[in-house]
Design a protein around this ligand. Structure first.
Ligand code: PGA
Length: 259
């Protein structure tokens, strides 16, 4: 059940609602592009806000950096003011989509809608990066049941083949957006990722080992990233704030490539 250290690593930058303009998005993307020329062991994915997809896609052309979105609509097209479909982001070059981020869940996303969006993503050829994670760590380990319920719900009815093309991002909500001292410790990440692999095993049997990646996210910095990748039994990282600083994000990628 332990992750194979030879597996490809994924470093995903979640820009959230940043930066403030298309010009800044272009600058950030080109700074990242310059440093990501030798990361063959690492898949680098950046997920800008919808309006910046085009400029970032154009900037990243002919680079190894891949593009993702931060969400998609449940619907293909029609009268859904303010929504953006999977087909639309795919047509801009998105290959991945973050689903069920806790900041989307705060706005009404549920396990059920995440479950439906996983199928929507696959229909448009997008790889879902499915976020799960507990709000708090209680002393009675109820968070484990919470995580299991979330995994069971988001993967409900999802075929084994689609599971084998999905990425899970474990992001304990209490660890998001803090200082890196508040991030989850590698040992605890290790235990939780084992647990996630065990729950997936309950659903898909030994084929669950074929899931391409389980990531950790929550206050990852350049300082703690190597320790998490070495000791956390995860296949990569989902990075918020530090993905907005090209030099920090690049250092994390370079380091991951050397592990
Ligand atoms: P953070 O964000 O790295 O700023 O904690 C991670 C995330 O929310 O995806």
């Amino acid at each position: 059940m332990k992750q194979n250290t030879k597996r490809k690593k994924f470093i995903v930058g979640n820009w959230k609602m940043n930066p403030g303009s298309a010009a800044e998005a272009k600058t950030l993307a080109s700074a990242i592009k310059k440093t990501v020329f030798s990361s063959r062991k690492v898949a680098v994915i950046v997920c800008p806000p919808f309006p910046f997809l085009e400029i970032v896609a154009r900037t990243l052309k002919n680079s190894l950096v891949l593009l993702g979105s931060q969400d998609v609509s449940l619907y293909e097209k029609g009268s859904y003011t303010g929504q953006v479909s999977a087909g639309m982001v795919q047509s801009f070059g998105s290959k991945y989509v973050i689903l069920g981020h806790s900041e989307r869940r705060k706005e009404g996303e549920t396990d059920e809608s995440v479950n439906q969006k996983i199928s929507v993503a696959f229909k448009s050829g997008l790889t879902p990066i499915i976020c799960i994670g507990e709000l708090v760590r209680d002393d009675h380990a109820e968070y484990l049941q919470f995580i299991e319920k979330q995994i069971q719900a988001v993967f409900k009815g999802i075929s084994r083949e689609n599971m084998e093309n999905s990425i899970i991002a474990y992001e304990p909500i209490w660890a998001i957006g803090k200082s890196d001292a508040d991030a989850m410790k590698p040992h605890d990440i290790y235990e939780t990722s084992l647990y996630i692999r065990k729950v997936l095993g309950k659903i898909y049997g030994h084929e669950s080992a074929k899931i391409p990646a389980i990531l950790y996210g929550g206050s990852v910095s350049g300082g703690i990233a190597p320790g998490i990748l070495k000791e956390g039994n995860v296949d990569g990282l989902l990075i918020g704030r530090q993905s907005l600083v090209a030099s920090d994000f690049s250092a994390i990628i370079t380091n991951a490539n050397e592990l």
